[in-house]
Write a protein that binds this ligand. Structure first.
Ligand code: NAP
Length: 290
């Protein structure tokens, strides 16, 4: 790619940022779609967040992705926030406006689009949601607004699950959501679950860890989605598969959150063939050849 006086700059702010796959997504999309755009990672310490946002705006950086630990902390420094991001309480994409940056959350729309491409729906499902951290909160909101029949929010720290369940009930009218411990899962009476693994358990290098121990409940999980993509196949996914279920990891979620951000920055639609090519490139970057 030729960088010149008209090159648009976008980037990622977070800490750490050195292992990010986002430059693979955006720089390859720009090249394939013929956009004069470059995407770079920016390491931003927590105490420097406001300065980074103001500096980015002064430099006319078109858009930024926001990752750990700034997804909620960035909100006070924005000139506006999309209602979905506001409800979730987390922003992962900033879009340049005259008077500052507007914040969006493309993680959830990214997960939804990724699941759609795999033929995994949420409407009418009994969802077993594992975890009650930032990602789980957003996934719970997604499930509540996408028509899940019932959401069981399981977490090691039950109080966090109870807090989120209470918030979701207030935000999504009619949402059927209950907090429970992992020990209580086997006692549920439903016979079929869509399970979404939103904890950090099983993340590289602790690849043999799993938050939900092997047991009869896995026979009732028809599909297991894991937000983790390092390793490519988690222990949770292996167990779901061993019990006859379908699985999906978090790589496509990462891909589509990036694609939706790219679409917001460039006011375009990314064709599905390009999405497939970029997914391939992300896999190659991770050393996955299948
Ligand atoms: P977080 O806010 O730190 O939450 C971590 C969750 O994991 C909490 O529910 C925590 O339970 C649970 N947990 C951690 N260690 C545990 C253990 N030993 N036993 C039981 N539960 C444990 O993290 P997050 O931001 O929600 O992210 C969660 C995962 O999603 C991460 O692996 C992240 O990489 C992944 N993610 C992927 C994407 C993507 O694009 N694919 C996007 C966002 C996040 P307690 O509340 O009891 O501590």
């Amino acid at each position: 790619m030729k960088i010149n006086g008209k090159t648009i700059t976008c980037g990622l702010i977070g800490n750490p940022v050195e292992h990010t796959l986002s430059p693979v997504i955006h720089n390859n999309l720009a090249e394939k779609l013929g956009t004069n755009l470059v995407y770079v990672p920016f390491l931003v310490e927590s105490g420097e967040l406001e300065a980074a946002i103001k500096g980015g705006h002064a430099l006319h950086i078109r858009g930024m992705n926001v990752t750990v630990p700034h997804k909620s902390a960035v909100i006070p420094y924005l000139c506006g926030i999309d209602p979905l991001a506001e409800s979730i309480g987390a922003v992962n994409t900033l879009v340049y406006q005259e008077d500052g940056y507007k914040g969006y959350n493309t993680d959830m729309s990214g997960l939804f689009r990724a699941m759609q491409t795999e033929g995994i729906g949420i409407k009418g499902e009994n969802v077993l949601l594992l975890g009650a951290g930032g990602a789980a909160r957003a996934v719970a909101y997604l499930c509540a607004t996408a028509g899940a029949k019932k959401i069981y929010l399981c977490n090691r720290t039950l109080q966090k699950a109870e807090e989120i369940a209470g918030e979701i009930r207030m935000q999504a009218e009619g949402a059927q959501i209950a907090a429970l411990s992992y020990e209580e899962i086997e006692g549920l009476t439903e016979t079929s679950f869509l399970a979404i693994q939103c904890t950090s358990v099983g993340l590289y290098p602790n690849v043999s860890d799993v938050v939900l121990a092997d047991g009869p409940v896995y026979d009732r999980i028809h599909t297991g989605v894991d937000l983790i993509y390092r390793p490519y196949e988690t222990q949770f996914m292996k167990l779901v598969k061993a019990h006859g279920g379908k699985t999906m990891n978090g790589l496509k979620m990462l891909l589509y959150q990036g694609i939706i951000a790219y679409e917001l920055w460039n006011q375009c639609d990314v064709p599905e063939e390009q999405a497939d090519d970029i997914l391939q490139m992300m896999k190659e970057e991770m050393g996955i050849y299948e």
